[in-house]
Design a protein around this ligand. Structure first.
Ligand SMILES: Cc1cc2nc3c(=O)[nH]c(=O)nc-3n(C[C@H](O)[C@H](O)[C@H](O)COP(=O)(O)O)c2cc1C
Ligand code: SF4
Length: 464
């Protein structure tokens, strides 16, 4: 009985699941390999009765199921030094074909990848370390989930750092952009030297979280063309600044003469815990405004991330004056009489109005909470999720309405807008999720295509 074996770092060997045999991973920079080397690998695998040969995610070829006593001989037969497949070091430099072979390449990923491999393969660091070099923004070498990633653009190399795809995945952050080969190599050197001083056995991403990317960039001497403080213009109101304010997504319910209605609002926030008080900003033209003014009560139903877009469009792009929005939707009247929506809702509060402030076209109602409960577990929909993932918009009456910057779209044909939810169809972008290729003219879209945001038919679109 030999007992359970461990990885043999000195022999570049990883113990297998049987805790008896090993895998070795010959070093093939960037996965580039000559027929002679491939023959040697095949011959060695045969000679030493390998269980299998496996192409790995890091562009290497593993020979799996080797006996411990054969490890020295197999490396000798291969004519190679034991490779750094394990341990606290630069494990792999993965690079794509870049401008050497790929028609989409913007930069020479093979050239700089080879240099990085020569410089850093097996270089010892506080933690395992991976580098990914991609010749263009398609990032075929997964540069965004490597400790250091290089991405080729027309302007040069973008260098990103701190990514990993381990049990707690992290997306790398941009350190610098538009660099030449030499500048990129120099920056990689500075990042690696800085990481070498890290005293914890953690990945680079952890160091960046501790220090902060801006402070790290300063420490590394990364210069921007114009200092950030000089770029800030304090003489104007840039509405894009508002887009970074966080909100959730809610249905505000109210009632008048026994008739319930609800509308979407993002401007809900708790303003006090004692007595528990909530505030919401409502457009003076909305039926909901009229109802709250009349009854002095409102409810807030907190929507989950799974809420379908047609459901949001029903409450956020239609008025209860024209349609019964609650038809076919499960809800319950609260103690205030305001409707508590059940479908797609995680929890609710209902409140009695205790104050109001006029704010331009809107009124902020403050309400003392009368009842509140959790309906089901889940993730509440954030405004950012609504915009980024659901691709949602909001009508002009909403306090945080974002005007579409149509000039910025690089369109090749006519732009169309969904009359129901405001979604913009730009032929240059198409609707790949809905099977419409970029470059497709609106008139060439099949008639059964539906608005990707609110699900209405193509006939609901108008030319902008
Ligand atoms: C994402 C989103 C956020 C909105 N936020 C608000 C808001 O905070 N306040 C508001 O008055 N209207 C907001 N609206 C607009 C109203 O929901 C919309 O005008 C609705 O049609 C009013 O319905 P009603 O007339 O039945 O009350 C929002 C709409 C959407 C889609
Ligand atoms: S990242 Fe770009 S250059 Fe590299 S293989 Fe992918 S598409 Fe080609």
């Amino acid at each position: 009985m030999s007992g359970k074996k461990r990885d043999r770092l000195d022999k570049g060997a990883i113990v297998q699941r049987d805790r008896e045999t090993f895998a070795i991973v010959p070093h093939l920079p960037g996965g580039l390999c000559s027929p002679e080397i491939l023959h040697k690998i095949a011959d060695a695998a045969k000679k030493y009765n390998a269980a299998t040969i496996k192409a790995t995610g890091a562009q290497r070829i593993a020979i799996v199921g080797i006996k411990e006593e054969d490890l020295d001989n197999i490396w000798q037969d291969l004519g190679m030094k034991p490779a750094a497949a394990v341990g606290m070091c630069v494990r792999s430099v993965k690079f794509c074909p870049g401008t050497a072979f790929c028609r989409l390449g913007q930069q020479d990923a093979v050239g700089i990848g080879m240099k990085l491999d020569e410089l850093y393969h097996a270089y010892e660091l506080p933690s395992k370390f991976k580098i990914g070099v991609s010749g263009c923004t398609n990032s075929c070498s997964e540069s965004w989930v490597k400790d250091i990633g290089l991405i080729g653009t027309k302007k040069g190399w973008k260098v990103v750092a701190g990514g990993n795809a381990a049990s707690r995945p992290m997306i790398a952050q941009v350190v610098a952009d538009g660099l030449t080969d030499d500048e990129a190599l120099d920056l990689v050197k500075r990042i690696i030297e800085r990481f070498k001083k890290y005293t914890k056995p953690m990945r680079l991403g952890k160091l960046i979280l501790e220090v902060g990317i801006d402070a790290l960039k300063r420490e590394l001497g990364v210069k921007t063309k114009i200092a950030v403080s000089e770029k800030i213009d304090i003489s104007k109101i840039n509405e894009k600044s508002f887009f970074n304010i966080n909100y959730g997504l809610y249905i505000v319910g109210s009632v008048k003469d026994g008739k319930s209605n609800g509308q979407i609002a993002n401007t809900v926030f708790q303003v006090s815990d004692d007595p528990p008080t909530i505030a919401v900003s409502i457009n003076k033209k909305n039926l909901t405004y009229e109802n709250i003014k009349d009854s002095g009560v409102f409810s807030i139903s907190i929507l989950s991330e799974e809420t379908p877009m047609p459901f949001i469009a029903n409450f956020g792009f239609k008025s209860g004056r024209d349609t019964n929005k609650l038809e076919g939707i499960e809800y319950k009247s609260g103690i205030t009489g305001a409707p508590i929506i059940i479908d797609n809702v995680l929890s609710f509060v209902e409140a009695k109005v205790v104050g109001e402030i006029s704010a331009g076209f809107h009124t902020i109602f403050m309400g003392q909470i009368q009842s509140a409960d959790v309906i089901k577990q889940g993730k509440p929909m954030s405004y950012a999720y609504y915009h980024k993932v659901k691709k949602g918009t909001e009508p002009p009456g909403a306090p945080t309405h974002r005007k579409e910057d149509l000039n910025k779209k690089t369109t090749t044909g006519d732009i169309y807008r969904c009359e129901v939810c405001g979604y913009i169809y730009d032929p240059a972008e198409g609707d790949p999720d809905g099977g419409i290729e970029p470059g497709t003219d609106f008139k060439d879209i099949p008639d059964n295509w539906e608005c990707p945001v609110c699900g209405v038919k193509k006939s609901n679109f108008v030319k902008v």
